[in-house]
Design a protein around this ligand. Structure first.
Ligand SMILES: [Zn+2]
Ligand SMILES: [Zn+2]
Length: 488
C-alpha cells in the first residue's frame, strides 16, 4: 500500500520513500523533564507510536530516537527567561539532576502505562554536550555563528532559508522582537547556541567559548546527528515546536552538513481541553493521573492503565493534523466506540462457523481495504475507524442472521489482530479478579438451586462492581464494563 504523508515544510502530502532502502530514521523531540508530562505531550507520543507501528506493519525497519531535554530549555522558547530545569529545581528545592532523574522516570512510567513502544535510543542532552560543542565549532568555522559577550549565537543572515518551515519572515520577526533587545546579538532574531556569563546556572560545562551551557535547539541537532546521521526520514514534534525550535534545528543541522536535514516534518496538532487551550493558570493541565482521578469522579471504574488506553484511543480517533477537543464526554464516547469493536472481536471469536456459507462476503474485504487505504492517506485514523465500524456493523448483522463462514471468521480474526497491533488498546474486559469470579460462581450455584432472590442480589452487586452477567443457553457469560454510571 503506498503511503502518503503530509510534510509541514513543503505543506503538502507526498509519497513516503525512505532515504535508504526500507530503513526509516525517525527523530522525535522528547520531554523537558522539569515536570510530569501532560496529555498534550502524550498526544504527540501516541501519534508517533502509531506512525512507528504502521511503518513496521508495512515492512519498514524503524530506528527511532526520542531525546530527553534535561538542560537549556528556557521558560520562554525565544532564549529569554529562566531555564525550566533550574526553575523547577528552585521551586522543589532539589538539584536539577535530581529533578531530571525523577521526571524522566515518571515519564517512562507514563509511556509504559500508555503502552507506547520504547524508542531505540533515548539520549539525554547532558550526555551529549561534546557533540553540541563540535557542531557549534563547525558553525563558527563556517562563519554562520559568532561569539558574543554572553555566548555564541547563530547568525540568521547567513541562512536565508530561515523561516521556511514556519512561514515566518525574518523582517516580521525583527519587528516583533522585544524592545529591550539583547545588544550582544548582531540581529535580534539570532538565537543562542551556547550561553556563558551566567554563574547562577547550576549545570555548566567548559567550552572553547567559556564555561556555560547549550541552547535548547542545538541539543536535538546534535543528538539526531549522533544516532541517525545528518539526514532524517521523519522528524516529529508538537505543533508548538515548529517555531522556533524546529526552525532553528534546520538552520543548525543544515548549516553544519550542507545537506537537507529532514525529508518529512510531521507535527501533531495541539489539543484543546473543553474548548480551551491547555494552561497552568486555567487549571486544565492534565497529567495521566489527573485524567484518571477526574474520570473516576465522572463514572469511570477502570484503573489508571485502562484510562490511559482509552485516552490513547481517543487521540487516535481524531486525525493528527486536526484539533482534538479533549473532555470527559469525548473520553466516554471513545470508550463506548472501542467497546463496540471489542464486543465484536469476542462475538466473532466465539461464533461457531456456519458451514453452509462458503467463502467471504465482498463487504468484509471492501471495508478492510478502506481501512488500509485511509491509513495510507497520511494516517487518516478517523477514516480508518469509520471503515472498522462498517466492518463491525456488517459482522454483527451476519452474526445476528445466518452466521459467518469459516473463511469470514478467519478474516475477522486476522483483521482484528492487525487492528489491535496498530491501535494497541490493551484492555481485557474478560478476566475477573478471584473475588469477583467467586461471586459469579456463587450466583451460578444460587441459580441452579433456583434461589432467584439471591441470584438477583448477586447480579446487582456484580453490576455495581462493574461486571455484567448474562445467562445464555450455552451458560453464563460475564464481561466487565468500565463505565457504571455517567452523566453523558
Ligand atoms: Zn527537539
Ligand atoms: Zn470471548
Amino acid at each position: 500500500m503506498p503511503l502518503f504523508l503530509f510534510d509541514t515544510l513543503t505543506r503538502r502530502k507526498r509519497e513516503f520513500k525512505p532515504l535508504h532502502d526500507k530503513e526509516v530514521r525517525l527523530y522525535s523531540c522528547g520531554l523537558t523533564v522539569y515536570n510530569f508530562g501532560h496529555i498534550g505531550n502524550f498526544s504527540h507520543y501516541i501519534f508517533v507510536d502509531f506512525l512507528k507501528r504502521y511503518l513496521k506493519f508495512e515492512g519498514y525497519k524503524v530506528m527511532h530516537v526520542r531525546n530527553i531535554t534535561d538542560v537549556g530549555h528556557l521558560v520562554d522558547d525565544a532564549d529569554e527567561g529562566e531555564d525550566k530545569m533550574l526553575r523547577a529545581s528552585r521551586l522543589e528545592k532539589k538539584d536539577p539532576w535530581e529533578i531530571a532523574k525523577f521526571y524522566t522516570e515518571a515519564f517512562s512510567h507514563d509511556c509504559e502505562t500508555l503502552g507506547l513502544e520504547k524508542p531505540d535510543q533515548e539520549p539525554k542532552a547532558t550526555d551529549h554536550i561534546q557533540g553540541m560543542i563540535d557542531m557549534i565549532a563547525t558553525l563558527i568555522e563556517k562563519g554562520i555563528a559568532y561569539k558574543a559577550k554572553d555566548g555564541v549565537y547563530f547568525d540568521i543572515s547567513k541562512f536565508p532559508q530561515y523561516g521556511e518551515l514556519s512561514g515566518n519572515k525574518v523582517a516580521d520577526l525583527e519587528a516583533g522582537a522585544r524592545v529591550e533587545v539583547n545588544t550582544n546579538k548582531k540581529n535580534p532574531v539570532d538565537f543562542a547556541l551556547w550561553k556563558t556569563d551566567q554563574p547562577e546556572h547550576i549545570m555548566q560545562w567548559d567550552s572553547p567559548w567559556g564555561r556555560g551551557y547549550p541552547g535548547w535547539h542545538i541539543e536535538c541537532s546534535a543528538m539526531s546527528k549522533e544516532y541517525l546521521g545528518e539526514q532524517l526520514d521523519i522528524h516529529t514534534g508538537g505543533e508548538d515546536n515548529i517555531f522556533p525550535h524546529h526552525e532553528c534545528e534546520i538552520a543548525q543541522s543544515e548549516g553544519v552538513s550542507g545537506k537537507k536535514f529532514v525529508n518529512f516534518w510531521m507535527h501533531k496538532r495541539y489539543l484543546l481541553v473543553e474548548g480551551e487551550k491547555m494552561s497552568k493558570s486555567k487549571g486544565n493541565f492534565y497529567t495521566l493521573s489527573d485524567l484518571h482521578l477526574k474520570w473516576l469522579e465522572q463514572g469511570f471504574s477502570g484503573d489508571m492503565k485502562e484510562a490511559a488506553q482509552i485516552f490513547k484511543f481517543l487521540v487516535l480517533s481524531a486525525h493528527y493534523r486536526s484539533q482534538l477537543d479533549f473532555g470527559f464526554k469525548a473520553l466516554t464516547d471513545a470508550y463506548k466506540a472501542w467497546e463496540k469493536i471489542d464486543v465484536a472481536i469476542h462475538r466473532a471469536g466465539d461464533a461457531v462457523p456456519n458451514d453452509t456459507i462458503k467463502g467471504i462476503r465482498e463487504e468484509f474485504e471492501k471495508y478492510e481495504l478502506h481501512f488500509y487505504q485511509a491509513l495510507g492517506d497520511d494516517l487518516n485514523t478517523p477514516n480508518a475507524l469509520a471503515a472498522m465500524f462498517d466492518y463491525v456493523r456488517e459482522l454483527n448483522a451476519a452474526l445476528d442472521g445466518d452466521g459467518i463462514s469459516l473463511v469470514e471468521q478467519e478474516h475477522a480474526e486476522t483483521f482484528f489482530n492487525e487492528f489491535q497491533g496498530l491501535f494497541g488498546v490493551d484492555i481485557n474486559l474478560y478476566t475477573l479478579t478471584p473475588d469477583l469470579m467467586d461471586m459469579v460462581m456463587q450466583r451460578e450455584e444460587a441459580r441452579k438451586v433456583k434461589d432467584f432472590a439471591l441470584s438477583d442480589k448477586l447480579r446487582q452487586e456484580l453490576l455495581e462492581k462493574g461486571v455484567e452477567v448474562k445467562d445464555k443457553k450455552t451458560g453464563v457469560e460475564w464481561r466487565r464494563t468500565l463505565i457504571l454510571s455517567s452523566k453523558f
